[in-house]
Design a protein around this ligand. Sequence first.
Ligand SMILES: Cc1cc2nc3c(=O)[nH]c(=O)nc-3n(C[C@H](O)[C@H](O)[C@H](O)COP(=O)(O)OP(=O)(O)OC[C@H]3O[C@@H](n4cnc5c(N)ncnc54)[C@H](O)[C@@H]3O)c2cc1C
Length: 496
Amino acid sequence: MKVVIIGAGLGGLTFGACAAGDGHEVILIDKNKEPGGVLTLARQDGFSFEQGPLALTDLGPEESVGSFLESLGIHLETVRADRGLVTPDFALLPPEEYEGPAWRKKRLKALFPQDAAGIDEYYRFYEALMHLRFLGGQNFINRLKMLFAFRKIKKYENMSCRAFTEKLFSDERLRLVFNGILADFCADPDEVQCFTLPFVNPETGFEKRIPAEKNGRLFYPSFRYVVGGCQKIAEALCNYILAHGGQFLPETVAEKVLIEDGKAVGVRLSDGRELSADAVVGCGAARDFFTDLVGLEHLDETYRKILNSFRPMEAVFMLHLGVDYDPSVYQKQSLCYYYGSYDLHGAVQRLRSGVYHEGKDGYLIYFPDRHAPDFAPEGCHCVTIYTVCPDRLKEGSWAERKKVYADQLICLAEKYLPGLSEHIVTRKIMTAEDYRELTHMKKSSFGGVVPVWKQQNPPHVTPVRNLFFVGQQSENGGGVPAVIGGARDAYRKWTT
Ligand SMILES: Cc1cc2nc3c(=O)[nH]c(=O)nc-3n(C[C@H](O)[C@H](O)[C@H](O)COP(=O)(O)OP(=O)(O)OC[C@H]3O[C@@H](n4cnc5c(N)ncnc54)[C@H](O)[C@@H]3O)c2cc1C
């Protein structure tokens, strides 16, 4: 059968690789020159920078993404990753000498003795959820064990992250340690279920020396960098599709999904060409795709309702710097979060109303060339500083404001990377407008959908027969493992 896939991001590439591997004819279309969507690199003056994901979970050989890639014969070299966390009042950075898996717990108790009981309770909750994840419900015995394990945390099942952390911790600074990462997803702690917290804060993600195994079996998730950068995943998947007879049409825009008698039968391109197909796969911005390419009249009431109600994330403001000194002298880890405010609710509301915090609410600093030395010319290094930001500014435009905002970020980052401004040899700014262009979206939403509790996101199977929707704005949500896993599910739904 012939499948036309609109968008060579990770979702489209994964669907395409599954289909090509099974002998289907695959045509992959993308408006960009290279496959990968946000995984493609930004290049300037001999430097390369990552525009999308940094550290990934599930990449290990026994984990979902790693084993899927291995099954296609794709072997990626990866290294364990962790991240530091710095607030205006304290820093949680891995000690030079490994102090065991519980050093963060001990340090938090020393910082917040009045909340020691709550900290103990959090870590019991954390272990219970990790245990549930490990059991996974694959067989009857495990499902029984899960029921037993679930009893330990059932009392929290109706609590949001805000309610849960307020119950456990009296100090708002401690609440930030666990809720802070939600700001990365543009999510208010009030709208996310508390069971999410351990998975977005695995202790292994803050200390790479914590073993991922327990009793000889893989137990905890771990974060990894792809050596050479994440675009290697996209390149490998695209090469796999080509090696299995598929085609990649770069710099090609799909304008319309052709539908006859409620069934997708092909795609019209912006140059007027029409490609026939037995199935069509779309991705990218769900509202753009179904409004402009499909036509809302082809959807049923339920699908239209989901499209109207789901919440995509906002954008990122990313500043890439090529520097002629080694900044890792000052920041030991490749990735560190610097928070500037404890008011996450306020930060998210401001973001949604178009007010940019200009780095004051927080930013992160990342050194991509630590695991991709080719990204910087000899003697130089790469520094990426970024923040979440509104897709559209309430006042002014990104084009007008970007230089001022970039200067402000450099100024803030100099507190932790002294001398930064004197060592910049090149700089590249990525605003929401640039991300809209890169991803072909009218509203940039960098990580897909906000993980709002009970929110339904656009399903893979659409009301149009043989039309599927994948990627970070589909039912699986954003993030590399979710997008890959979701596209594999969508492929199974097509073929079964
Ligand atoms: C800054 C940033 C940091 C991130 N950090 C992480 C992280 O640390 N860990 C993690 O797991 N995930 C992270 N993510 C999220 C993850 O990268 C994404 O969820 C995932 O890569 C999205 O894949 P996708 O296929 O849905 O979409 P995209 O990458 O957006 O690809 C969609 C592609 O479709 C093309 N397209 C769309 N419509 C058309 C059309 N009509 N015609 C032709 N082409 C079209 C676009 O040009 C684009 O190339 C991050 C993302 C960003 C941007």
